[in-house]
Design a protein around this ligand. Sequence first.
Ligand SMILES: [Zn+2]
Length: 98
Amino acid sequence: MTELFAGITTEGETRFIGEVARGAACGCFCPSCNSPLVAKHGEVNEWHFGHLAMQERPECEVGAHNLLRRLGVQFLHDLPQLDLPPYRHVLTRQGRFG
Ligand SMILES: [Zn+2]
């Protein structure tokens, strides 16, 4: 399960859970359903956002996955150069006689 790790401000900017004030003062909205969020900065669970009225929805979890994917793609896109480790893969093909 992917918790809501980021919310959207009224200006449309993405804010991560560690960047905002605790509780409803975070001023963020759900990237999927646009409901107001609360920032949960607890000491037991990993910090995450929850919906203000506790109306968690499966589609919002999917939205969190999509946001994570989009941020990952954006991060890779913004790299000046992508250095990958050497990769070698040997292909073999079985001929007609084995
Ligand atoms: Zn939502």
